[in-house]
Design a protein around this ligand. Structure first.
Ligand SMILES: [Zn+2]
Ligand SMILES: [Zn+2]
Length: 279
């Protein structure tokens, strides 16, 4: 089965016309099913969880400005839009990409329980108020790269251990701009693989890294191999922010999955996991 379980409508609008462009691209590539996974921070319901990153003297001005237009949409409209697409016969799954923010587990869970999600992705894009994937010019200059990696994997492990999510997305996003840690990463990978297995959480293979300065898929093959050995299932993702990126890099992601031993991909219906053969 050919699926792409990670894409965003945020560069366009929550309209059927725009959604249809994603579905048409999926059809052109003969995908069986796609999952829409809008960012939580586009919705006003998420302000309680993430609003703090734009307040206080230690907030990053560029990120404050970027967040200015966020927290504005209504989750009910989003859910209704995906349903309207399904009513037209489009093979869509209802997903959400949620930032894991330590201490906000109860609020995150309320949103997970409050809507009929097919699946929920857990992400780490923020370390404190620093959105590390925003720009290589914001927060990175003068930063100790090893400490950034340590903070990232510590947060990712916490997100995984929360057991809140169906899959953990782009699980080494910290490499996005090509910064490389000089400390060994094996122990982080081991801990992540064990936590994913323990909480029955999938790991996402995300092809968007191919389009970023790092130029490689998330996660690193050695990380993914450990996940496979630990019995962790995968979800597949291209993280399109525009219709033309649906399925972009999917064959490379599938190739990576196969290279470490995967034969199946996880799909979800109402948060129930069904493994399908990799196509
Ligand atoms: Zn993301
Ligand atoms: Zn995304």
């Amino acid at each position: 089965m050919k699926v792409d379980y990670h894409m965003h409508l945020e560069m366009g609008s929550l309209t059927l016309d725009y959604l249809e462009q994603f579905w048409r691209q999926a059809q052109a590539l003969e995908l069986d099913e796609i999952g829409i996974s809008e960012h939580g921070h586009n919705f006003y319901q998420y302000e309680k969880i993430m609003g703090h990153v734009r307040t206080g003297a230690d907030a990053y001005p560029e990120i404050v400005e970027w967040l200015d237009e966020k927290f504005s949409l209504d989750l009910d409209n989003y859910v209704a839009l995906i349903q309207a697409g399904r009513d037209r016969g489009w093979a869509l799954k209802l997903g959400l990409e949620m930032d894991y923010i330590p201490g906000k587990e109860a609020e995150i869970e309320r949103i997970i329980q409050g809507y009929p999600w097919d699946y929920v992705l857990g992400s780490v894009h923020f370390l404190g108020k620093w959105g590390f994937d925003f720009s290589s010019e914001v927060g990175w200059p003068d930063r100790d790269v090893n400490r950034a990696y340590d903070a990232y994997f510590t947060a990712l492990l916490e997100a995984t251990s929360s057991g809140l999510f169906d899959s953990i997305t782009h699980p080494d996003l910290i490499k996005i701009f090509g910064h490389q840690a000089t400390i060994p990463l094996d122990s982080y990978y081991d801990a992540m693989a064990a936590a994913l297995a323990r909480t029955h959480t999938c790991v996402e293979i995300n092809a968007a890294g191919l389009r970023k300065p790092v130029g490689s898929i998330y996660p690193d093959p050695s990380f993914l191999r450990k996940c496979h050995q630990a019995g962790v299932s995968i979800t597949l993702a291209c993280d399109a922010h525009y219709p033309h990126d649906v399925g972009n890099g999917l064959s490379e992601a599938i190739e990576l999955a196969r290279s470490v031993g995967y034969t199946h991909v996880a799909t979800f219906t109402k948060r129930r996991r069904i493994l399908q053969p990799l196509d």
